[in-house]
Design a protein around this ligand. Sequence first.
Ligand SMILES: [Zn+2]
Ligand SMILES: [Zn+2]
Length: 376
Amino acid sequence: MFATQPFIDIRRRLHQIPEPGFAEFKTQQLLLDTISMLPQERIDVKTWRTGILVKVKGRNPSKRIGYRADMDGLPITEDTSYEFRSTHPGYMHACGHDFHMSIGLGVLTYFVQYPIDDDLIVIFQPAEEGPGGAKPMLESEEFAEWKPDCIFALHIAPEYPVGTIATRPGILFANTSELFIDLTGTGGHAAFPHKANDMVVAASHMVTQLQSIISRNVDPLDSAVITIGRIEGGTKQNIIAEKARLEGTIRTLSVDSMSKVKTRIEAVVKGIETGFDCKAEIDYGANYYQVYNEENLTREFMDWLQQTGAATVVECREAMTGEDFGYFLAEIPGFMFWLGVDTPYGLHHAKIEPDEAAIEVALYVLTRYIAWKSNK
Ligand SMILES: [Zn+2]
Ligand SMILES: [Zn+2]
């Protein structure tokens, strides 16, 4: 019998030390210490920046099976009822990455004890929330040497009960891009508008025109979102604003519509420049590639769940959230799935308390599925 309690304990220890992207130093150390307590003859370990790659050597490998867990916390002040609250002021594991990591440790511990034929590669990836660890990790030599032939990841899902797994073949998460637009005109006295170029008015036009891209330029069956979440402009109530800044995000369900939306944004911005005789600069900030689940593998996994009864399987809808696991899936066949953790608070909420019973569900499903995959 494989005990899952140790991984609940590790989850609580990880929960206490949330760290921002590429600063997961204590997290990395705790994971390395835990891995070093296992019998070492079946494992090889490498680090990449604050990430870790672990190979559990198979008995007679013909392929490498990958599992990826992200490692970083969020700049949120925790407000849970936990005794094991964050000890890092202003930081919290509010996106379940503590779950993802402890499940990763559980999976690798299981296969050290019960070896399979194939190699298992467990990937602890830094900086999912930003600036994005997946892309540079994929480009690293450390990763290339152990590149898996197929790869899986999960994400906790507050809205599903424990024992439920949700996923879908094809697109699961959107293409995302940040959007920053800086406008510079000519400021002046509020009573002399004819001698100035008002960037508050320009910014207002810009917001409404950006919304018309979604309603007029994107195929209604191919969803897209442009949200301007923040506007800043001007200095005082009776001074015409010289500068304005718009900050937002773009989300699309296809790679093609992301580039179309950006082309349209650039045209709208050019029009505002001409119309208001001002200068505008666009910065797309951080971009995440879509999470696209390989159809056959995902369908096979969903059928396997159904047939074995390992978990209740739900075919979910795609979501407009972003995840940098998409970069792995752009190169390696695999999929991501939602793991039900049954909590009323959403991801990134200061009060989120995912149900730890889901750790046992995930370990049961992943260890059996990976073992089955290896024997196929
Ligand atoms: Zn998150
Ligand atoms: Zn997350």
